[in-house]
Design a protein around this ligand. Structure first.
Ligand code: PPS
Length: 412
C-alpha cells in the first residue's frame, strides 16, 4: 500500500515526526500566550511568587486602607472624651450635641464646651453615630447599650488613679494635660460613681472606662468625691491601692469660682455676699453653703485619712497648675510611677485665654485650650467679705498645710 510505503520510507518518516513536534510546540506556545493574556480560565495559569504578592497588593490594598482607616477611627473614638458621649449617644439616651452637653449626672455641664471641642476633635462633627459607623462599630438597636469599645485593643479596667477633687480646683485642666501621656487612658466625662451612681455597681463603672493595654493607667475625675462622706470607704472597697489626686485652690477664690458657675446657670440667685453669711451683721459665715463648705479642706481630708495613708494621696496646687503646669505635671507623673513625658514643651501660654494651653491635644496636632467655662470672669466681691472669708479659712488652711506637708501660700 502506498500508505504503508510512505511510513516504511525512513527519510519521509523522520520529516513527518519533526513536523508533528513543531506543530505541537507551536500549538502549546499559542495556548500559553493565550493564557498569559488572562483569557484562559479552564487551565491553571503559570503562577510565580511575585504574582501572588502583586495580586495581594492589587486586590487588598484598598481593603487594607479602609481597614486601617477604621482602626484609626476606632482608636481615636475610644481615646477621646467624646467617646463616652458617643457611647451615650449610641445607647439612644442622647441624640444631639445639646443633650450630650446637658446630660445631667452623666456629663458635668461645666465641662460641656471641653467635651464639645473634644467631640469636634474626634471627627470634625458631633455626629458620632456616623463616626461610629465609619469606625466599623456595629449599628445599635434602639435602647441597646453601646458596644463601641469591644472592638478596641486591651481591656477595660477599674481606675487605678482618681482625681477626687476639688470642685473648681483645676481638675479638668489636670486631666486634659495628663491624657497627653501615652501611659494614661482616662474617661472624659465625670462618672460620679462613688457619689450618685454607686448602686449601678462596679461592672457599670468599669464599662465606662476606656480600654487599656498592659502598663497603662486608667483614670477618671469626679471632683465631688472629695466632699462625699461615703466615697473613701467605697473607693477603698474597690481597691485599697487606688491612688488619689486632689487639686486644691485658694478656698476663697474657689468659692467665688463655684458661685460664678452657679450664677451662669441661674442668674437670679442672691449675691455672693448675702449667701456667705448666716447673719451679715454678726459676720457669722454660713458653713452649710456648699461654696463655703467645700473649701474646708482639712475637714474633708480627715475623712479620707480614715481609709488611705497620706503617701497614697497627691495634692496638686491649682495655682501652680496655671503658673507652672509642667512642674505640677512632673509631680503627678512621679506619683503615678510614670516617666516624665509631659514637660514644658507641651505647653504654651495663651494670652487671649489667660491660661496655659496644650500645644497639641491628645490625638491631635492642633493647639488646645480648655473651653469657655474654664477661666470665667468672676464678679467683683465686696473686699470686706473676701477678708472675712480669708479670716475664716486661715486656721483650716494652716491645719491643711500641716497635714499635707505643703504650704500652698493662700494666706500670704
Ligand atoms: N489651663 C487652664 N485653662 C483653663 N482653666 C484652668 C486652667 N488651669 C486651671 N484652670 C482653672 O480651672 C478652674 C475650673 O476647675 P475645674 O476644672 O476643677 O472645674 S469643675 O469642678 O470641673 O467644674 C477654672 O476656674 P475659673 O477660672 O473660676 O473658671 C480655672 O481657673
Amino acid at each position: 500500500m502506498a500508505f504503508s510505503r510512505v511510513f516504511s520510507d525512513p527519510p519521509s518518516r523522520s520529516i513527518f515526526k519533526k513536523f508533528v513536534v513543531m506543530l505541537c510546540s507551536l500549538l502549546t506556545s499559542l495556548y500559553f500566550l493565550y493564557c498569559l493574556t488572562d483569557r484562559c480560565s479552564t487551565m491553571p495559569t503559570p503562577v510565580r511568587a511575585s504574582d501572588q504578592v502583586m495580586g495581594f497588593l492589587a486586590s487588598d490594598f484598598q481593603d487594607w486602607q479602609s481597614l486601617r482607616r477604621k482602626r484609626l477611627l476606632q482608636k481615636m473614638m475610644m481615646s477621646k472624651p467624646g467617646y463616652d458621649a458617643a457611647k451615650l449617644l449610641a445607647s439612644q439616651r442622647f441624640d444631639a450635641e445639646r443633650d450630650v452637653v446637658g446630660a445631667a449626672g452623666a456629663l458635668d455641664r461645666a465641662d460641656a464646651d471641653v467635651l464639645r471641642s473634644d467631640l469636634r476633635l474626634a471627627g470634625g462633627s458631633v455626629d458620632l453615630a456616623s463616626l461610629a459607623r465609619l469606625a466599623g462599630f456595629p449599628a445599635k438597636a434602639p435602647g441597646s447599650a453601646g458596644k463601641l469599645s469591644q472592638l478596641g485593643e486591651g481591656t477595660k479596667k477599674l481606675p487605678q488613679a482618681i482625681i477626687i477633687g476639688v470642685k473648681k480646683g483645676g481638675t479638668r485642666a489636670l486631666l486634659e494635660f495628663l491624657r497627653v501621656h501615652p501611659d494614661i487612658r482616662a474617661v472624659g466625662a465625670e462618672p460620679h460613681f462613688f457619689d450618685r451612681n454607686y448602686d449601678n455597681g462596679l461592672d457599670w463603672y468599669r464599662d465606662l472606662m476606656p480600654k487599656t493595654l498592659e502598663g497603662q493607667i486608667t483614670m477618671e475625675k469626679t471632683p465631688s468625691y472629695f466632699v462625699t462622706k461615703e466615697a473613701p470607704a467605697r473607693i477603698y472597697a474597690m481597691s485599697p491601692e487606688t491612688r488619689l489626686i486632689v487639686v486644691v485652690r485658694d478656698p476663697v477664690t474657689r468659692a467665688i469660682s463655684d458661685y460664678t458657675q452657679t450664677l451662669s446657670k441661674k442668674p437670679d440667685i442672691p449675691t455672693f455676699e448675702s449667701l456667705t453669711f448666716k447673719n451679715r451683721t454678726t459676720g457669722l459665715i454660713d458653713t452649710s453653703w456648699s461654696a463655703v463648705q467645700i473649701g474646708i479642706y482639712a475637714k474633708h481630708l480627715d475623712n479620707w485619712l480614715q481609709y488611705f495613708p497620706m503617701r497614697q494621696i497627691l495634692f496638686v496646687s491649682g495655682e501652680r497648675l496655671i503658673s507652672d503646669p509642667a512642674g505640677e505635671l512632673g509631680r503627678v507623673q512621679d506619683f503615678l510611677g510614670l516617666k516624665r513625658i509631659i514637660t514644658d514643651k507641651h505647653f504654651y501660654f495663651n494670652q487671649t485665654k489667660g491660661f496655659p494651653c496644650l500645644k497639641k491635644a491628645e490625638g491631635s496636632s492642633k493647639p488646645h485650650c480648655l473651653g469657655k467655662t474654664k477661666g470665667r470672669t468672676h464678679p467683683n466681691i465686696d473686699p470686706e467679705v473676701v477678708q472675712r472669708l480669708r479670716d475664716f479659712y486661715r486656721p483650716f488652711n494652716m491645719k491643711f498645710y500641716q497635714m499635707t506637708g505643703r504650704i500652698f501660700g493662700w494666706d500670704e
